[in-house]
Every structure is written in structure tokens, then in C-alpha cells.
Design a protein around this ligand. Structure first.
Ligand code: SF4
Length: 393
């Protein structure tokens, strides 16, 4: 961490310099900072007063050296007070259950969202890129509200945030060539000064995505390409603007199994090259396991379990996650698990009742589940789970 963080090095050096000055202030100061001498308003550079004096005759260098003590004391006391308050709040939250009301995606992270059809995965993705307006809550990007970002500078917002949708056959205008489709966002965002320059950017992108010879793809129409080729172009077009955040919604679920791995590998390489964070939405936990280290499991618009993908796959705690994983044939587990049957259909997400969203279908249901909605709580292994029966801390 020390080697990686230049800010940490500079900060520590500055702190040590101030600390040294504060300790040696009495030795280094030529005068008592409160000494009212006879030399009023002596200019800087004068003999005995390298920084001059003020209108009271006090030596400015001595005042600065002694002032560093006050600054250091204020800094240390503030840090101690905020540390104490933070510790008390953390202890309080931990004792009373540590309810979580915030989800953070890290820089350059690929974060998985899993759940059955209709659970709200795609809606979450659309909310994050502001294709839909949230009814409550706040979505922030680098600490700034996405609503503010979009209102103040929509062009910049669309450069920073991009998406790739499930169906590549519906993504493009059928009457435009791939060249026109790829050059459009470049023109809109004033990238490349001439048509030749923009064409070169598109050719480089197609080459990077393995669509060779790139020039021939630019002249073709969407109906002349396979689903796999179209999805590659969809991903490459989204990455043309070098977004910092990409929502990828079931990118390979409509494609042949034979091309899925290639497309996912291409996506992973691109986001690594361009330092992009991804929200990767899928109903297939084996794909999520391959691409993301952290995953959130959704049910009926709620996150019911979230944590490290491998931990959740091997030791699911929430009954819905247990059922989901036990029914996933493509996942390779150490021990064989009997498939858990979930009875019935999910209830309507409109006008939700104040109970556990999984109540009525859960094989572990208790009386409390029907009258109280469980909150997400921290577990000892770092994950969070929303279930009344999961008590581990
Ligand atoms: S809270 Fe109750 S109904 Fe909900 S998942 Fe847990 S055990 Fe099942």
C-alpha cells in the first residue's frame, strides 16, 4: 500500500515535517512569537527577521513556527474526536445488528447481480444509468448524485456511464452500416476531428475486439452479422467513449454457448485495459462466478444476500440463495446438493407487504417472517444477509 500510494507518501512526509517543526519550534524560532519588538513592519529579508515583522513588531517566522504547534494540536484532537465518534457509532450499529442501507461499487470492480427473471436486476441497472428515475434513495458516482451529473452535463454523464443490453439484434438501427453506428457516438461527443480520424478509431476498436478484417465490418449491415458479432460490436461501441462505469445486462444469454466464453473474455480484457467498473447482471451464477469476485442476490426487487461470490456459492445463507444454487446445474460444487424446490410464483412487486419478500415460498418460513421484513445484516465473513433466521455476526 505504501509503495502504491503516492498521496500517502507525500502526506506522511508533510506530517513529519510539521511535527518536527512543532517539536523544535522553541529551538528554531529566533524570537518569542509574542515578543513586541521595536522594529515595526520590517520587510522580509531583513537582518534577524528573514520573513519580516508585523505592525506590532512580532517576528513573523517565529509566529509561523509556533503556529504549527496549534495547527498540529487541532489536527490531532479532531482526528481523535472523529475516530471516537466513528468507533462508538460502529459499535452501536454492530451491537444492534449493523443494518446496511448502502451498496458501494469499487473502482475497476466487476460486481455481479444474480436472481430469477423479474426480480428487478435489469431495473436496478437502468436506475444506475438513469434510464429510469428512482422513487427514493440516492445514486452517487464518485460522491456526486447521478441526477445532478445528468442535469448539469448530460454529454459528460453519457461518456462516463454506458450500457450493453441483452439482445444484440434489437440494439442497432437496421438501415445503418456498422461504420455509421460506431461513428455516431464519436461525432456526438466530439471525439476525432475528421471522418478519417473517427474511422481509424472504429477500425482500432474492431481489431481490439477480434473482428478482422475491421474495414470489411464497417461496410456491413447488422442483418449480415451473427448474434455473437453484433454483441461484440455493441460492447466495443460502448467502450469507444472509455466509460468509467458499464452496466452489462445478460450480455451472452441470447447467444450460442460456443461464442459465450470468447465474448466474456473480450469484455474482461477491454475493461481491464480501460479501467472500467462493471455491474454484470445475469441469471447464470456460473458466469457470475467467472467474472466477478463479489455478487448480490436479488429477489423481488430486494438484495437478500451480498458478499464474495465463492463464499456465497459454497455456503449460501439465505434460503432463496440456497435454492438458487442448488438448482444451478452448470456450477461445479465440491459436494452434491439436492435441488430445493421453490413453490408458487413471486408476489406482485407493486404495493409490497411489510413482511419478508420471500415469505409464502420459503421452506424455512416462521411466524415472524409474515409480519416483519428482515434487514440486511453484516455477517462475520463480510457478507450481508436479509433473513430473520440468519443470526451469525
Ligand atoms: S426471513 Fe423467513 S421467509 Fe424470509 S427468507 Fe428468512 S426464513 Fe425465509
Amino acid at each position: 500500500m505504501w509503495k502504491a500510494s503516492r498521496q500517502l507518501q507525500v502526506g506522511l512526509i508533510l506530517f513529519l515535517v510539521v511535527l518536527l517543526i512543532a517539536i523544535l519550534a522553541n529551538v528554531l524560532s529566533p524570537y518569542d512569537p509574542y515578543y513586541l519588538g521595536d522594529d515595526l513592519l520590517v520587510p522580509p529579508g531583513s537582518e534577524g527577521h528573514p520573513l519580516g515583522t508585523n505592525q506590532m513588531g512580532c517576528d513573523i517566522l517565529s509566529m509561523i513556527l509556533h503556529g504549527s504547534r496549534a495547527s498540529l494540536t487541532i489536527g490531532i484532537v479532531s482526528a481523535l474526536i472523529s475516530g471516537l465518534i466513528g468507533t462508538l457509532l460502529g459499535a452501536f450499529a454492530g451491537y444492534y445488528g449493523g443494518v446496511l442501507d448502502k451498496i458501494t461499487l469499487n473502482e475497476k470492480e466487476i460486481f455481479g447481480i444474480i436472481g430469477e427473471s423479474g426480480c428487478g436486476k435489469s431495473t436496478l441497472g437502468r436506475l444506475l444509468i438513469r434510464l429510469e428515475e428512482p422513487t427514493s434513495g440516492e445514486i452517487e458516482f464518485y460522491g456526486v448524485s447521478t441526477k445532478k451529473l445528468l442535469d448539469c452535463n448530460p454529454e459528460q454523464f453519457h461518456c462516463l456511464v454506458q450500457s450493453v443490453f441483452q439482445n444484440p439484434f434489437d440494439t442497432f438501427t437496421p438501415n445503418d452500416t456498422i461504420g455509421a453506428i460506431m461513428e455516431r457516438p464519436l461525432k456526438l461527443h466530439h471525439i476525432g476531428e475528421t471522418d478519417e480520424e473517427r474511422r481509424k478509431i472504429c477500425v482500432d476498436a474492431l481489431n481490439e475486439g477480434g473482428l478482422i478484417p475491421a474495414e470489411s465490418f464497417l461496410e456491413r449491415y447488422p442483418h449480415e452479422l451473427s448474434g455473437g458479432q453484433l454483441q461484440r460490436i455493441s460492447i466495443l461501441r460502448s467502450m469507444l467513449l472509455k466509460p468509467k462505469f458499464l452496466v452489462v445486462d445478460e450480455p451472452v444469454s441470447m447467444l450460442d454457448v460456443s461464442v459465450r466464453a470468447d465474448i466474456i473474455n473480450m469484455l474482461l480484457k477491454l475493461v481491464e485495459n480501460h479501467n472500467t467498473s462493471i455491474l454484470f447482471i445475469s441469471h447464470d451464477i456460473s458466469i457470475i462466478r467467472y467474472v466477478s469476485a463479489r455478487v448480490a442476490v436479488m429477489y423481488l426487487g430486494n438484495i437478500v444476500e451480498m458478499g464474495e461470490t465463492d463464499t456465497i456459492i459454497h455456503h449460501p445463507l439465505h434460503p432463496y440463495t440456497q435454492a438458487l444454487i442448488s438448482n444451478c446445474a452448470s456450477i461445479d460444487l465440491d459436494e452434491k446438493r439436492e435441488p430445493i424446490r421453490i413453490e408458487g410464483e413471486p408476489p406482485s412487486p407493486v404495493d409490497p407487504k411489510p413482511c419478508c419478500p420471500f415469505a409464502g415460498r420459503c421452506f424455512c418460513e416462521q411466524e415472524i417472517c409474515r409480519r416483519e421484513k428482515p434487514q440486511l445484516r453484516h455477517m462475520a465473513d463480510g457478507r450481508v444477509v436479509a433473513c430473520h433466521l440468519v443470526k451469525e455476526k
